[in-house]
Design a protein around this ligand. Sequence first.
Ligand SMILES: [Zn+2]
Length: 138
Amino acid sequence: MTDEETWGPRPLPDVSPETERYWAAASEGTLLLSYCSACDLYIYHPRARCPDCFEETEWAESSGDGTVYSFSVAERMEGWPEEDLPLVVAYVELDEGPRVMTNIVGCDPDEIAIDDSVSAVFRQTEEDDVAVPVFQPS
Ligand SMILES: [Zn+2]
């Protein structure tokens, strides 16, 4: 699902040929991971080769569901709009295994706890085919 809020005016992510498809899928509401069939390992951030065995990875769709592994609340953030602070910076452990560094949105930062269930929502950027996944309590 795509969030009604947009990503702008926050800084745009770095889109490389390796990650283009990841950002484009996000703009359609799908969180993509890389998957190594040799290691049976899901990988985030997506990459063309497995960091363990260097085999080529394939794309895999994540459920977008996970739990809060750790988080901190930033009162200030360079280049970040003031109305979007405080910003909750978190590691979310996806149900598929990998941990994603992300933001938690749509909740009071004081209410967030380790192991809370969260799910991905996507914020569209000013680029048509680039959206950024963030997480909200589920
Ligand atoms: Zn591997």
